[in-house]
Design a protein. Structure first.
Length: 154
């Protein structure tokens, strides 16, 4: 069964805003901001809501950059994640119960403390490319298979 999620990276070159996940799925990792799309909301609405809840920012723009599927070996459920970029927002990044925001220079991203797939698609994101991808993980979050392709449209 497919679970629909959003992920947003606030990118003001040369810096990217990441959040340190303090609890729940992905705890103790740096990540973008996002989460589950709730019934009755669009993917864009969910993205804006999640960024506001997790970082206190009102996004002024959203650009869809990627669609990624995440599968875990022997699990019929998978995540379909819509990856957005935003560079304009209102407010200042604020810590929430779930996330601690911090700016990073794009050449100093903490990949050792991020999801292992991030290092594979992040270069495409930073180059302004649009892409689709699929990752298969073992239960310990090691990548078993990966596929990434640059696309014209999403």
């Amino acid at each position: 069964m497919k679970k629909l999620l959003t992920l947003c990276l606030v990118h003001q070159h040369p810096n990217i805003l990441l959040g340190f996940k303090k609890r729940g799925f992905g705890a103790n990792r740096w990540n973008g901001f996002g989460g589950k799309v709730q019934e009755g909301e669009t993917i864009e609405e969910a993205t804006r809501r999640e960024v506001m809840e997790e970082a206190g920012l009102a996004l002024k723009d959203l650009e869809l950059r990627g669609i990624l599927e995440f599968h875990v070996q022997d699990d019929p459920d998978f995540l379909e994640v819509y990856l957005f970029r935003s560079e304009n927002f209102e407010g200042e990044p604020q810590e929430s119960e779930e996330m601690l925001p911090q700016w990073f220079h794009y050449e100093q991203l903490p990949f050792q403390d991020m999801w292992p797939d991030d290092q594979h698609w992040m270069p495409l994101f930073l180059e302004g490319k649009k892409f689709k991808g699929r990752f298969l993980f073992d239960p310990d979050n090691n990548i078993l298979e990966k596929a990434l392709e640059i696309v014209e449209d999403l």
